[in-house]
Design a protein around this ligand. Structure first.
Ligand SMILES: CC(=O)N[C@H](C=O)[C@@H](O)[C@H](O)[C@H](O)CO
Ligand SMILES: CC(=O)C(=O)O
Length: 307
């Protein structure tokens, strides 16, 4: 039943940023250009409308526009996981059905936020999405932003269903990650969330990763994953350390997403500023971001040529 799931979906997924025009509206042409930018770089797919994608800062119509642009551009070339979590179960189900209609491969969702919900409410919220389509479902566990920690009890219950194929583990405990992997059992996927510890997550059982900073340096995460699979752990450690230097610098700006989107502009893909309340970078940051992009591009060149 689930036996081929891991080989079918494992790999590197870019948590794709959204693309807006200069007025801050969703810009489908820019979304397409960004999706196209990621084809041919060795990634397995895209995670659309998640944290990095600002899905929860967009209304349902905008989220559909983003996804439709992605599907039109790269369907069949990249595996598309869509984050459909919204505060209300009703809107989440609407987005899940839309995802199925436009041909997305997998749906995924965080719990509803704002209300402190008991586990039964979160379970019911997810179950409605799962039941609303024939698509596989990936639980998105990100306790540091949602306040909800997925228990292994709930995971075990959900993972019994064929449609529930995995979890995106954005919590930082690799012990919990390993527990999720073990609880999910054979054919259950675990994706590493924190990009800073991709290698650690892989070593503790993750089948791949889904991350936001991959978007500005996908080649480096593809290479990191390859080094892990080839059992070249010391080289992988060296690369993770290098990548973490870049992530630390990205995290020093008013918002991580603002910094990443500015870097993408420098790489030739305009995506606009992040949506408020996420702060954009300011003119005084431009010079150091150009420096950072030069360093990222040099590392990509180093790791993709020979080595
Ligand atoms: C909150 C958030 O965005 N988490 C992402 C996914 O799990 C990560 O990809 C981070 O963006 C990344 O690890 C940088 O801290
Ligand atoms: C980072 C991540 O996985 C997300 O943006 O949803």
């Amino acid at each position: 039943m689930k036996s081929d799931i891991v080989s079918r979906y494992q790999g590197i997924y870019i948590a794709m940023y959204s693309a807006y025009d200069e007025a801050g509206n969703v810009d489908q042409e820019r979304v397409k250009k960004l999706a196209r930018y990621y084809v041919g770089k060795g990634v397995k797919g895209l995670y659309v409308g998640g944290s990095s994608g600002e899905g929860i800062l967009q209304n349902a119509e905008e989220r559909k526009q983003v996804l439709e642009a992605v599907m039109e551009e790269v369907q069949g070339e990249l595996t598309i996981i869509v984050h459909v979590g919204a505060n209300s179960t009703r809107e989440s189900v609407e987005l899940a059905k839309h995802a199925e209609t436009v041909g997305a491969d997998v749906i995924s969702a965080v719990p509803s936020i704002y209300y402190r919900l008991p586990e039964a409410a979160v379970e019911n919220h997810w179950q409605h999405m799962i039941d609303s389509t024939n698509l596989p479902f990936i639980i998105y566990n990100i306790p540091q932003t949602t306040g909800f920690t997925l228990s292994t009890g709930l995971l075990a219950k959900l993972a019994k269903q064929d449609k529930v194929i995995g979890v995106k583990m954005s919590g930082e405990s690799t012990f919990e990650l390993q527990q999720y992997k073990e609880t999910g059992g054979e054919g259950f996927l675990v994706f590493n969330g924190p990009d800073e510890q991709f290698l650690a997550g892989r070593i503790m059982g993750a089948d791949g990763g889904i991350g936001g900073t991959y978007g500005v340096m996908p080649e480096l995460f593809v290479q990191l994953n390859r080094l892990f699979m080839d059992n070249r752990i010391e080289e992988a450690q060296t690369l993770q350390t290098k990548v973490n230097g870049f992530i630390k610098r990205l995290l020093s700006y008013p918002s991580l997403y603002g910094a990443c989107k500015y870097i993408l502009n420098l790489q030739g893909v305009a995506t606009g500023a992040p949506r408020l309340p996420l702060l954009p970078v300011r003119p005084e940051h431009h010079a150091s971001l150009a420096e950072l992009n030069k360093d990222i591009e040099a590392a990509i060149a180093q790791y993709t040529n020979g080595e």
